[in-house]
Design a protein around this ligand. Structure first.
Ligand code: PDD
Length: 285
């Protein structure tokens, strides 16, 4: 059966989907997006993703009402069902709209919404054995809190990481580590977690927020301060969080600094909590 996609409010065959030549997301990266995990045919934290999408829209001056959010959420569920997606992701993008190329946008333009699904198994091997990450300068703009499709700094850093046999790039502005190219970063030192505060310099990840809740349940204190690059060497544990990578341990930092680590106990405890959530989502509760 042909794969379906969402175009506006319609669910249609992927090969029938058409985009305007003048979509502003192509000319200017002028759009926003979300990636939602599906476990056992059920979306994980859909409401949080939809709220973040609405926030990104507000910050970008793209019209997106609470009613739009509810309609979209229902359409995404329908799309996932039509494609019989069990284990994978939903990708949804809202561009400002299509208009003759002009830096100046007009407020009457109609946003263009589309979504697709993709099968994606959980990264079970790396959840267990961890990954190597590549430390490199954060060259992105100063509104990383907006989940914009303009991801040049992120994609260039990811390529650099891959060229050094690393699975993720971890970015730093001078001495201060911000986040991964498509993930958030945590370290653990003396039983305390540390992560960058949710400022304009990072995306406030949904998985990050979930992990912070687990930390509270486990009675762990959290320090919300940028991680100094020099402190990586003294860390007991480190991990990244994201929708696709869940809670992935870091076993090695390369690049600006070289540090080796073991998969730690607190990381494992957080992974266990996450696993419980996955099981709950899979069973539809
Ligand atoms: N990326 N930081 C950045 C820059 C990201 O792109 C992402 C997610 C995160 C983690 O956010 P969350 O926990 O909500 O997935 C942090 C997605 C998965 C992507 O672009 O594919």
């Amino acid at each position: 059966m042909a794969e379906k996609v969402l175009m506006g409010k319609e669910i249609i065959a992927r090969n029938e989907a058409m985009f305007s030549f003048d979509d502003r997301s192509m000319y200017f990266g002028d759009g926003i997006y979300e990636v939602v995990r599906i476990y056992g045919g059920h979306p994980y934290q859909m409401e949080m993703h939809m709220q973040r999408l609405q926030r990104s829209a507000e910050e970008m001056d793209i019209p997106f009402s609470t009613e739009d959010k509810q309609t979209l959420s229902a359409s995404l569920n329908e799309l996932k069902n039509e494609n019989h997606l069990q284990e994978g992701i939903l990708y949804v993008q809202v561009s400002r709209g299509a208009a003759e190329r002009n830096h100046l946008y007009e407020r009457h333009e109609e946003p263009v919404v589309f979504a697709f699904t993709k099968e994606m198994p959980r990264p079970l091997d790396q959840l267990q054995s961890g990954i190597a990450v590549y430390l490199t300068e954060d060259e992105r703009w100063l509104r990383c809190d907006i989940k914009s499709v303009n991801l040049l700094g992120n994609v260039l850093a990811k390529r650099k990481a891959a060229d050094h046999d690393c699975q993720e790039a971890v970015l730093h502005r001078g001495n201060e580590v911000t986040e991964g190219s498509s993930s958030n970063l945590f370290i653990v030192k003396d039983n305390e977690l540390q992560t960058h505060p949710a400022t304009n310099l990072i995306l406030n990840g949904i998985t990050r927020q979930v992990v912070l809740e687990y930390a509270e349940q486990l009675g762990k204190s959290v320090r919300y301060d940028p991680i100094d690059i020099e402190d990586l060497a003294g860390a007991d544990e480190a991990f990244i969080t994201s929708t696709t990578n869940e809670v992935t341990p870091i076993t090695e930092f390369r690049g600006t600094k070289h540090v080796q680590l073991k998969v730690g106990e607190i990381t494992k405890q957080l992974q266990e909590r996450f696993e419980d959530d996955v099981k709950k989502t899979e069973s539809g509760t």
